[in-house]
Design a protein. Sequence first.
Length: 251
Amino acid sequence: MTDLITPLLRSSMAFAATNLDDIVILMLFFSQVGVALRKRHIVAGQYIGFAGLVALSLPGFFGSLLFPRPWIGLLGVVPIVIGLSQLLSVTIDGESGEDAGEMRLAPTSGGASWLSPQTTSVAAITMANGGDNIGIYMPMFANCDGPGLGGILVVFFGLVGVWCFVAYQLTKVGAISTLLTRYGSQVVPFVLMALGGLILVDSHTLEYRGLTALVLTILGICVIHLLRTAARLSQSVELGQPVPASQRIDG
């Protein structure tokens, strides 16, 4: 019995330790549920993103550590870019008088699909925030046999659902819900950019000149693209022209 309980407790503790910050991100997502972003997008994206982290950690099970932590830290660029996109989108919506209270991770088209742009955006952020997950899961998997790995994965994916449920319930708490609904769309971009920065720092990615240059190059290209898109959208708003969904910044 002890042989069964100990691995379950160890895997539960490992999941909790590496996903505490995801509660905050999930709360921000759930507080912005609306026409474009649905609860199913968040849950599906969380599962897909976590499955990606598990897949990246599986080489540890086969005795191979193929992904040095500084390279894993490059995933921190993802939330930074998404945060910049959201920040510019909120700014333009404010200038045009639109309701910026709803967080748009992607265009509303295809919102009925489980594997929609909204879902993939949530999955990307989940994976980007998972550098510590991979660093812990890989050696854990390396010390497992087949049944042990299966038990860990059952616990992990079960806890993903629990995490989503807890985060959703927390958004129903009066004070928390009011704050997130009122200020969520303004806070989310900065939370995402801070998250990306912390991932880069914690992974020691910026300690390597080559990786730092790569990060700056990627961010520079993305910023130029976003600014050009923002300029086109602002011009369209000033002229009173409708903005095609395919040209929105968060698309």
